[in-house]
Design a protein. Structure first.
Length: 597
């Protein structure tokens, strides 16, 4: 209640929360007004609005609430290992997580000191006292720190991975925090005793917590090495003694429904779990190596997959064209790029944009990464001869309006896709080429007649994923003229702040004449980057491009013609996003080095 309005008084002489934030916590007065305006539009608690808009942080809000309620404020919580086990053993983790409360220890007055994020929640304080059967003394702390300590403390209570550490494994205590049961219950609420199970569960939960896209479990000569891929970059996170390798491998195989006795052949499976409230699908692949079986786990966060076209980095000019393409009644849109460049995410965003009850959408994929509501999805299966071509050919008998083909790999698939587009269907697909123009020549190289390519293709979209700077620590710097020229920018115009580029959702422009430089902080794991966005090259099949296609021109000639007609190249789209603060020059040059920009 007290946070619904920053100027509500708790008692007749209580200080005002808004005044405290301004006078004691360093929050600007106009920030309060801005948050109030946002609250009137969207609702919610004023403190949450301030934090969400980054007008104040969790610690400032906690301090203001402590001052308003005349309670002690605790900026730094004690180490999780110093919190008595007998206290947290009496408090259910669900209650602690939902109400953001955690006992910390006994004070000099023998009362139990309890950290709480909302001092107004008197009922929570009373409930903790009842559960502990002791008098308590509440102290105010930030909700973020309380949540983090709950995770650490309750993992220690359950002794996750303790036996492994006793065997000489030097490991990060936080990596084995969380347990999980075989049913689809939240991993944090499970209560398994087996150390191997806990170790594997902690491995997966930590990966989700750190936003990893892949887990690599690699057998070494003396140890098993675990690496996470975060924002496209691999880094080692933990190790386990070699003697636990068979047990760890068997545990993952059991979870994925694989044959634990088969160690000579590669296997594929899936795991579905709920972790901290998120539904996460994991695609598991094993492969025999000289040191034993290696395991790769691809994590697919079901709660964050359905991104819209505006959320994946399209500038407003590109967005208008893409939306025009996907609303056409027929034709082919090809998305090109190497593995891991986000092609499938883009196609899913296109499907989500047009998905409606009056449109029949069918997909054939390898594999089906995410299940989309209202769309019929088929996974290829080579064992029964269900290929992209046979699946696509079958789909034509099901009266589809839109068809998505995971990838055009061969002439047969390309021919069926072109036939579908020429008979009144809209087809989305991908092909592995470095740039958009290369997609045209790749189809012709497969043996497709140039006139069929020219008449069926509507547009080609090349893309890459570049890392976004961590805005908590990014530093604005003045780039050299050489770097600007490599990006295709005029140094004089750049330094003068004269560039005006189309808007992109999520832009965070640095001061004029500067770019962001990664630094590294606790929020980004000292990497300097947090999250990724796309850079795009959209080639439309104009009359001139179609003539070049009919003449079997090389990719360079097609690309030059498209650029002369206004096509924005991958590198220049990256340069636009550098100016808008969405990435760094180093990322753009690295990801576009092979495209010839």
């Amino acid at each position: 209640m007290q946070r619904d309005d920053p100027f509500v008084q708790i008692g007749p002489h209580a200080p005002l929360l808004g005044e405290i934030l301004v006078a004691r916590c360093g929050v600007a007065p106009d920030s309060i007004e801005r948050a109030l305006s946002k609250q009137r539009e969207e609702g919610g608690l004023i403190g949450e609005v301030l934090v969400r808009l980054k007008l104040c942080d969790d610690d400032q809000l906690a301090l203001a609430l402590a001052l308003q309620f005349d309670m002690p404020y605790l900026r730094d919580l004690p180490r999780s290992e110093d919190i008595p086990v007998e206290l947290i053993d009496k408090l259910p983790i669900n209650f602690a997580r939902q109400r953001l409360v955690l006992p910390l220890g006994r004070g000099s007055n023998r009362r139990v000191m309890v950290a709480i994020a909302d001092p107004h929640a008197v009922d929570v304080i009373d409930a903790v006292s009842v559960l502990l059967s002791e008098p308590v003394e509440p102290v105010v702390a930030s909700g973020h720190k309380i949540t983090d300590h709950i995770n650490k403390t309750y993992s220690r209570l359950r002794g996750a991975g303790a036996e492994l550490e006793e065997s000489g494994k030097k490991d990060n205590e936080e990596d084995s925090e969380y347990a999980q049961s075989e049913e689809l219950v939240d991993m944090l609420d499970a209560n398994d005793e087996a150390p191997i199970i806990r170790w594997v569960n902690g491995l997966m939960f930590q990966a989700v917590k750190e936003r990893a896209s892949d887990i690599h479990v690699e057998p070494g000569e003396r140890e098993m090495i675990v690496r996470y891929r975060v924002d496209g970059v691999l880094r080692e996170v933990k190790r386990a003694p070699k003697k636990f390798q068979p047990s760890i491998t068997a545990r993952v195989k059991i979870m994925a429904g694989l044959n634990i006795a088969e160690k000579r052949l590669p296997q594929d499976g899936r795991i579905r779990r709920k972790m901290a409230g998120k539904d996460v699908d994991m695609r598991v692949a094993t492969a025999p190596t000289a040191g034993g079986e290696r395991i790769t786990i691809r994590l697919l966060d079901r709660s964050s997959v359905l991104l819209g076209l505006a959320d994946i980095g399209f500038a407003s000019d590109q967005l208008d064209v893409i939306r025009g393409i996907i609303k056409r009644p027929h034709g082919i849109l090809l998305v090109t790029g190497p593995t891991g460049s986000g092609k499938t995410t883009t196609l899913y965003a296109c499907l989500s944009e047009i998905n409606a009850p009056d449109i029949n959408i069918l997909t054939v994929e390898d594999p089906v990464e995410y299940q989309l509501e209202g769309i019929s999805q088929t996974q290829v299966n080579s064992k029964i001869d269900l290929t992209f071509a046979t699946g696509l050919r079958s789909f034509l008998r099901h009266d589809p309006d839109v068809i998505m083909v995971g990838e055009i790999r061969d002439r047969e698939t390309a021919e069926v896709a072109i036939t579908a587009s020429l008979t009144g269907h809209l087809v989305f697909s991908t092909v592995h080429t470095n740039d958009a123009a290369g997609g045209i020549t790749r189809l012709i190289d497969m043996g497709i007649e140039p006139f069929l390519v020219a008449s069926s293709l509507v547009g080609l979209l090349a893309q890459r994923l570049v890392r976004r700077p961590c805005f908590e620590c990014a530093r604005a710097v003045r780039p050299s003229e050489e770097v600007l020229r490599e990006l295709g920018l005029d140094p004089k115009l750049f330094y003068a702040g004269a560039y005006q580029f189309p808007a992109v959702k999520g832009s965070h422009p640095p001061p004029p004449g500067t770019v962001f430089e990664p630094v590294g902080c606790s929020a980004c794991g000292e990497l300097g980057y947090r999250g990724r966005t796309g850079i795009y090259e959209l080639l439309m099949l104009s009359d001139k491009v179609r003539r070049l296609c009919l003449d079997k021109a090389d990719a360079g000639s097609i690309r030059d013609a498209a650029m002369a007609e206004g096509m924005v190249t991958l590198r220049f789209d990256g340069a636009r996003k550098v100016v808008l603060g969405m990435t760094t020059p180093e990322e753009v040059m690295l990801m576009t080095a092979e495209s010839g920009d």
